[in-house]
Design a protein around this ligand. Structure first.
Ligand SMILES: *[C@@H]1O[C@H](CO)[C@@H](O)[C@H](O)[C@H]1NC(C)=O
Ligand SMILES: *[C@@H]1O[C@H](CO)[C@@H](O)[C@H](O)[C@H]1NC(C)=O
Ligand SMILES: [Zn+2]
Length: 320
């Protein structure tokens, strides 16, 4: 009986926190020109969302909230202004076609950048209020976008935008960023380098895009770890652990995880050999060492539709 009462009291003091998924309903307005095949396409998010909302998945029954974001435009634009150079933002707003050969921009792309940024901001708010975990499901990825240029399919760096927005909430809070996309998040490293109260760590495949994954760290708060092409989940997880050691040593108040699913075996763009379970293990490792209420995740890459959707579901299951 005493135990029961104690349990009851604990559950009042620490309400069970549940996963909130925030998705971007207008993402398909960012699409490659008709008839031009591209790995970064609307079906990526469509297949994830249909997996998460299918009858046999039933995340809602586990208390997961799936919703959209609604931040004032003023706030979203201010956060974009804080993240990118104004010359780049105006270039992006007037570009139609592409920023370079792999990064397309549709006339309606900028609108989707506003909604994606808004999704990440809302997830950040949830984690900042200790009501996480929260997962932003948006596209395209953002971690290659530097302060002054879009590249590698990325236009706006949502991860850096969330970190900088969190830091503006208070002058003493600290944030850790963990990037587990298969590619080095060179844009996030570029924007966050030597920014006070942030640590950024990335585990990625050696020798692939963007080519700067093995170079000197961009700042004293940046940690890069590359794993050999072909490596299995067990070795990758050791890399995730080292990155986590680095980020958590700074005692952050908030953790942002840039999750890319392009380290899966099936992925057409990279050469690691991960399974969906490895992402689940990574999430378990993270939530064991850092309060999940104070954690947000956001989608970066992942280009095999089925394997990615399945691994996103496994990620969510680890967060319930
Ligand atoms: C963002 O920057 C642009 C260009 O510098 C400026 O015109 C705009 O008012 C800014 N928006 C906000 C919300 O800060
Ligand atoms: C990002 O990638 C580009 C293209 O490879 C490279 O020129 C740039 O130096 C990289 N930035 C960082 C911060 O690594
Ligand atoms: Zn990637």
């Amino acid at each position: 009986m005493k135990t029961l009462i104690a349990l009851f009291i604990i559950s009042i003091v620490h309400p069970v926190t549940n996963l909130t998924i925030i998705h971007q309903p207008n993402h398909a307005l960012h699409a490659p020109p008709p008839g031009v095949p591209h790995a970064e396409r609307p079906d990526r998010l469509n297949s994830i969302m249909s997996k998460l909302t299918s009858d046999d998945t039933d995340l809602a029954a586990s208390g997961v909230t799936i919703t959209t974001a609604s931040n004032p435009l003023q706030r979203v634009e201010a956060s974009i202004n804080q993240t990118h150079a104004s010359s780049y933002i105006s270039l992006l707003r007037k570009t139609v076609g592409g920023l370079n050969s792999d990064t397309y921009v549709a006339p309606t792309s900028y609108r989707t950048m506003l909604t994606a940024s808004s999704c990440w901001l809302s997830c950040m708010d949830i984690a900042a209020e200790s009501k996480g975990p929260a997962f932003a499901l948006t596209r395209p990825p953002g971690h290659h976008a530097t302060k002054s240029s879009g590249m590698g399919f990325c236009l706006i760096n949502f991860c850096a935008l969330s970190a900088l927005s969190y830091l503006s909430l208070s002058s003493s809070s600290r944030v850790g960023v963990l990037d587990i996309d298969v590619h080095f998040g060179n844009g996030s490293a570029d924007i966050l380098a030597d920014v006070d109260r942030v640590r950024f760590a990335s585990v990625h495949e050696k020798g692939i895009y963007p080519g700067s994954g093995e170079g000197e760290p961009e700042g004293s708060n940046i940690f890069k770890l590359s794993v050999e092409s072909g490596c299995l989940g067990s070795e990758w997880l050791l890399g995730v652990e080292k990155c986590l050691d680095y980020v958590l040593a700074d005692e952050p108040d908030l953790l942002i995880v840039s999750v890319g699913y392009d380290a899966l075996t099936e992925d057409p763009l990279a050469g690691l050999n991960l399974k969906g379970e490895d992402y689940q293990q990574a999430m378990k490792m993270i939530t064991k060492r850092f309060p999940k209420e104070r954690t947000m995740l956001g989608l970066e890459g992942g280009y095999d539709l089925e394997a990615t959707a399945d691994a996103v579901l496994k990620t969510c299951e680890a967060l319930i």
